[in-house]
Design a protein around this ligand. Structure first.
Ligand code: MN3
Length: 200
């Protein structure tokens, strides 16, 4: 099985003016594609490739040590970006009642949650990632290094915003805060709610 780039259901320009067309196109066709190419190159020779992506990358320990690093970085890079594209939408969507009440319980309000998420995303240094994860019925903002994912420790990812520079530098240059302010206009609250409500 060869991993392939997921097709986006919206156009690259659909998230303008919040995320610019060129950034979306390069992020999807170059950055994301590179993770996929390197992942395919790393595991093409093993039968692990017959498993689902999550099965492969959640059991990296059983892989030959020579390919562990490449599969960890590029496998989770592929999974994270596939998730990220779904966290975005050109349309206004609403959070479900259950997600909203969990956000209110964990953060007081949606605005407070956004502030806390943005503060975390502005505080991390270097190659870190900031997630909203569900632990039992509680929502927690969590950071991971490099391409690591909460799913590595079987936590449930609810939302991830890519804050690496390639996600915003063409439009916002060094102003990550501007990117973070803008991106909440295109966050797919319906998809995020589905992740929260999903039983697995
Ligand atoms: Mn990225």
């Amino acid at each position: 099985m060869t991993y392939t780039l997921p097709v986006l259901w919206y156009e690259y320009h659909a998230l303008e003016p919040h995320i610019d067309t060129t950034t979306m196109e390069i992020h999807h066709t170059k950055h994301h594609q590179t993770y996929i190419d390197k992942l395919n190159a790393a595991i093409a020779w093993t039968e692990r490739a017959e498993k689902s992506l999550v099965e492969v990358i959640q059991s990296i320990d059983i892989l030959p040590s020579a390919i562990k690093g490449a599969v960890r970085n590029n496998g989770w890079g592929h999974w994270n970006h596939t998730f990220f594209w779904q966290c975005l939408t050109p349309h206004q969507t609403q959070p479900s009642e259950s997600l909203l009440s969990a956000i209110n319980a964990s953060f007081w309000s949606f605005d407070t949650f956004k502030d806390r998420y943005n503060t975390a995303a502005l505080s991390v240094f270097g190659s870190w990632r900031v997630w909203l994860v569900k632990e039992y019925d509680e929502l927690i903002i969590k950071t991971t290094a490099n391409q690591d994912s909460p799913l590595m420790v079987w936590e449930k990812a609810i939302l991830w915003i890519d804050i690496w520079e390639h996600a915003y530098y063409l439009k916002n240059q060094n102003r990550r805060a501007d990117y973070l302010t803008n991106i909440w206009n295109v966050i797919n609250r319906e998809f995020v709610s589905q992740q929260f409500d999903k039983k697995y």
